[in-house]
Design a protein around this ligand. Structure first.
Ligand SMILES: *Cc1c(COP(=O)(O)O)cnc(C)c1O
Length: 441
């Protein structure tokens, strides 16, 4: 029985050791890198600690106080605190912290408010929408059909007048606002009366900008006409990889639909260790989030300006490039998104290729997307953003070698490896939890 799977002596211990070393190598690599992925961030020490707590080992289905299993008293306490902090931070009456990611939160909204065959308004992928809106993503899974908003390329946001006409003509049941290349606020307030007129619910996907909204530095969707916000909790909100649903003052039926969509609709257990970490991150954001959000945006604007001054084609120059944590750069002249992202990564600068408006092929996009959440989290400010732009210039315009740029990148990053904007600030931001230094055997 199972003869071919039987390990040789020491084989599996060796593999475990290899995995540990690879993850440690990864941590060290990021410690000296310039990470500019707009959707990534770093966890605070007090949040990180909970990821290896016993909460990880447990199940809690249902809502606090109404669980299906025994032993959940402390989980309930923490989840109630988490829910209270979420409602306080977003000034709303409804929160659900059971979706285990942003995509899962999106599926919950689709389950709550749309049926297969329904029309749902959204942005096109090439204009920055998330794959949730794609036929091969959550929309397709729920069987809903996208109705695309008109786009204003120069302003890098929805064309309100044209979109109004589309919505009135096609009358989708639900309208999703939100992007993965999220440079400027979405005009949900401007479209609010149209949504009311056609009887569509407003849905805001805040995965990227949740921390900016919470810090009072972006738009305020629940006051601007959104019935529900879905989001990831680990992008500009520097929390654990998890998801959340928020509602301003939904009626009982809406609450019931969202709650039953969250569980049992799209989750069973909801990853209690990450839920506990989220509670810590929400508390820390109430304390530190305003400053963090402000600096994150200031850094994105400074990076955009510095790249622009060095001849890079940063999008939306007339509008100041961005009002968020993200900037988009057309790098067709530098070799295209894929080549440029690879070359940057070789030099220790981590970015991603990205579709830009007008791009036909998702495999060969013209753009790269850059974000400042992580570099801000380790204490960098506008001054360092200029240095980051210089690294781009050295590598992509001045023909300096990959090795030389990597050395400069490491030198720039070295003083910025500890965490900021949280309790326990000053601890290593990239700490690897070493199991008492032992080898498995
Ligand atoms: C990242 C993202 C998501 C998905 O979040 P996960 O937590 O990775 O599942 C959803 N919507 C948008 C707009 C995103 O950018």
């Amino acid at each position: 029985m199972g003869g071919t799977a039987a390990p040789t002596p020491g084989e599996m211990a060796g593999i475990v050791q290899q995995i540990r070393q690879t993850v440690r190598h990864h941590s060290t690599r990021f410690e000296v890198a310039i990470p500019l992925i707009a959707s990534e961030n770093l966890l605070s020490p007090y949040a990180k600690e909970l990821l290896i707590s016993d909460f990880h080992s447990r199940y809690a289905e249902g809502l606090p106080g109404e669980r299906y299993y025994e032993g959940n008293e402390d989980v309930d306490r923490v989840e109630n605190v988490c829910l209270g902090l979420a409602r306080r931070l977003f000034r709303c009456s409804f929160a659900d912290v059971r979706p285990i990611s942003g995509t899962v939160a999106n599926l919950a909204v689709l389950k709550a408010f749309a049926e297969p065959g329904d029309l749902v308004g959204t942005n096109r992928l090439a204009n920055g929408a998330h794959i949730s809106s794609a036929s091969f993503g959550a929309f397709g899974l729920r069987g809903v059909k996208p109705v695309y908003y008109a786009w204003d390329e120069e302003r890098m946001t929805i064309d309100v007048a044209k979109t109004r006409e589309i919505l009135k003509a096609v009358r989708p049941k639900l309208c999703l606002f939100g992007l993965s290349v999220f440079l400027f606020p979405q005009p949900i307030e401007e479209l609010r009366s149209t949504l009311e007129e056609i009887g569509a619910k407003g849905w805001y996907d805040a995965a990227h900008v949740l921390g900016l909204i919470a810090g009072g530095q972006f738009q305020d969707p629940l006051r601007e006409g959104a019935t529900v916000i879905s989001a990831s909790t680990h992008k500009t909100l520097p929390g654990p990889q998890h998801g959340i649903l928020l509602g301003g003052a939904p009626d009982e039926e809406t609450v019931r639909r969202l709650q039953s969509a969250a569980f049992p609709g799209v989750t069973s257990n909801h990853h209690l260790h990450t839920m506990a970490a989220l509670a810590v991150s929400l508390a820390e954001h109430i304390e530190f989030g305003r400053d963090y959000a402000r600096q994150t945006i200031a850094n994105a604007q400074a990076l955009a300006q510095a790249l622009y001054e060095r001849g890079f084609e940063v999008l939306a120059p007339k509008l100041g490039f961005t009002r968020s944590h993200t900037i988009a750069v057309r790098v067709a002249r530098e070799g295209g998104g894929e080549t440029v992202a690879h070359r940057l990564a070789d030099a220790g600068i981590i970015t991603n290729k990205n579709l830009l408006p007008g791009d036909a092929s998702p495999k060969h996009p013209q753009g790269i997307r850059l974000g400042t959440p992580e570099l801000t989290r380790v204490g960098m400010t506008e001054k360092e953003m200029v240095r980051v732009a210089e690294l781009f210039e050295m590598l992509l315009h001045q023909g300096r070698s990959t090795g030389e740029v990597r050395e400069a990148a490491t030198a720039l990053k070295s003083p910025f490896t500890t965490i900021r904007y949280c309790f326990g600030a000053g601890e290593s931001a990239y700490r690897y939890y070493d199991l008492v230094g032992r080898d498995p055997s």
